[in-house]
Ligand binder design. Structure first.
Ligand code: ATP
Ligand code: MG
Length: 277
């Protein structure tokens, strides 16, 4: 008979960020298992305390904030302009993204009242700004936002109810150039994060139809090339390329974390380290 960790042991080891190979370990008897558990737990607790000490004395900034800084710096260097738009979104702006009652994403939206919700995406606000900016600035126009988004996504190791999106968009080159730029823009971001292995994969999405996903084991971003059917709603006629990245997913992949909770906004973790140690 092979003996594996108890559910509680497995849970505890996961919290302490055990490596996948140790998580799958098997034993010949219970005594051996429990003894091994105690020694691994002790070691992981020691490592966690060490990480907390480094956080206090060296890093002092969580990975999420660090990444936000790195990415905004690299985009600004690449002639993008940072914007900050409201987190509270009008129902009408969501409808302009085709997200109305019958749309699958509608059920994932956190409503504040009849007409307002917490934004599930940055795109409507960026579309709104672009429509103003095409009148005011010469093309190409490059803007980006990094900030919280909210979705009632059902659990799993890759979904949070509140996460941090980076959405960048460039508008005004030729259609051919924008479609090439999508790959370049993805590579600017992936290089800045430090993820070398990733693919661009065509996919279907409920809002945009065809997307080009940035995938490194899991989806870390979704890109779209316009002109797009939604553009007319916003009075946009120029070609564009845009990508939305999840910052927590980028960190997860970079650090090899198994679950996204440790990277997101949290009370039980501090910069990825479990506090109940
Ligand atoms: P998935 O299919 O993986 O749920 P999605 O295609 O619905 O993601 P998009 O609308 O393409 O997500 O959002 C852009 C990016 O935002 C995703 O590639 C992902 O990195 C991130 N993201 C989306 N939803 C979540 C979530 N609930 N938690 C954490 N990150 C998310
Ligand atoms: Mg997607």
């Amino acid at each position: 008979m092979t003996i594996t960790w108890t559910i509680a042991q497995k849970q505890r080891l996961r919290e302490l960020n055990v490596t996948p190979d140790l998580e799958e370990k098997v034993f010949s008897d219970i005594q051996e298992r429990d003894k091994t558990f105690r020694s691994i737990e002790q070691l992981l607790v020691k490592q966690s305390k060490q990480h907390l000490m480094e956080m206090r004395n060296i890093h002092r900034r969580p990975a999420l904030c660090k990444l936000e800084r790195v990415l905004s710096d690299v985009l600004i260097k690449n002639e993008f302009v940072q914007v900050v738009t409201p987190i509270i979104l009008a129902k009408g702006l969501l409808a302009k993204m085709s997200i109305t009652k019958d749309h699958p994403l509608f059920k994932q939206v956190f409503w504040l009242d009849e007409d307002r919700c917490l934004r599930p995406m940055l795109a409507p606000n960026l579309y709104y700004l672009l429509r103003e900016l095409v009148r005011l600035w010469e093309k190409p126009i490059r803007i980006f936002e990094i900030g919280p988004c909210f979705r009632k996504d059902s659990g799993g190791g890759c979904h949070l109810n509140e996460f941090t999106m980076l959405n960048l968009v460039e508008l005004g080159l030729s259609e051919e150039k924008e479609s090439k730029r999508l790959g370049e823009l993805a590579s600017i971001i992936m290089n800045a994060v430090g993820i070398k292995n990733y693919q661009l994969i065509s996919n279907q999405c409920e809002v945009y139809g065809e997307t080009i996903d940035v995938v490194s084991k899991i989806e870390v971003g979704s890109g779209v090339i316009g002109p797009h059917i939604l553009d007319t709603q916003w009075g946009i006629v120029d070609p564009w390329a845009g990508i939305g990245f999840g910052l927590e997913r980028l960190i997860m992949v970079k650090e090899g974390y198994q679950n996204i909770q440790r990277v997101g906004r949290a009370l039980v973790y501090l910069n990825g380290v479990r506090l109940n140690i």
